[in-house]
Design a protein around this ligand. Structure first.
Ligand code: DX5
Ligand code: ZN
Length: 220
């Protein structure tokens, strides 16, 4: 599949979401951060907003659920038409059952790991998911500083993915910018979330194109 850029709308103008998504036509997906004020200390948006975005068409939705009890709530995001649904392994009670039910509803299933959660504990689940999201900040807020300490885990995750067949995408999320994307791509990430780097710019789509070019060059 190659390099993909998935801007996060967390730092966009949430009162003008439809127009904000239309500003990033070069993106592959739009990354939507769902936070419940329990799994993370922040509250954002949920299913009704995602359903509205779906009705507008446009970019496929990459839903990142930072919520407690994803076993109960995540399948509805697949039903609502999200192309990819990511749950946190730290919150899931039955991650294999959950990934299977997301896939059965026609979405890509993805598991997310916070910075201190080891990938090795979840290596056997790789055939059950379509993407692994490695957080490169503590989840909860946009605009935080990239954690270099996660880079070795990106490299180890890439090796484990290759061992398990290489189908799974490897996404990084948090502090991704033109300054940090190359080291993530060189470490083996292929899907890049960028929030503040994209939406703090006067021309967000130009940043998307720059990020893609930098990641492609670093991955080669
Ligand atoms: C943080 C979210 C991210 C966030 C990224 O918990 O999961 O998707 O929006 O924002 P930046 O790119 O500003 O770190
Ligand atoms: Zn996110």
């Amino acid at each position: 599949m190659g390099i993909q850029i998935t801007p996060s709308i967390l730092n966009a103008d949430l009162a003008a979401l439809g127009a904000e998504v239309a500003r990033i036509p070069s993106a592959d997906w739009v990354h939507v951060d769902v936070m419940d004020n329990h799994f993370v200390p922040n509250l954002t948006l949920g299913l009704p907003v995602i359903e509205s975005l779906r009705r507008r068409g446009g970019l496929p939705i990459d839903a990142h659920l930072m919520i407690e009890d994803p076993d109960r709530w995540a399948p509805a995001y697949a039903e609502a038409g999200c192309g990819s649904v990511t749950f946190h392994v730290e919150a899931a009670r039955a991650p294999i059952r959950l990934a299977r039910s997301i896939r059965a509803l026609g979405a890509r299933a993805s598991m997310a790991l916070k910075p201190a959660t080891p990938i090795e504990s979840y290596a056997d689940l790789l055939p059950e998911v379509d993407m692994v999201l490695l957080m490169t900040v503590e989840p909860g807020f946009g605009g935080q500083k990239f954690l270099d300490v996660v880079l070795p885990k990106i490299r180890r995750a890439r090796l484990l993915i290759e061992k398990s067949g290489g189908e799974c995408w490897l996404q990084v999320d948090g502090g991704i910018s033109p300054e940090t994307i190359e080291r993530c791509a060189a470490a083996g990430a292929d899907v890049f979330v960028a929030g503040s780097a994209v939406y703090s710019a006067a021309d967000p789509d130009a940043v998307v194109r720059t990020l893609r070019a930098l990641a492609k060059a670093a991955a080669d």
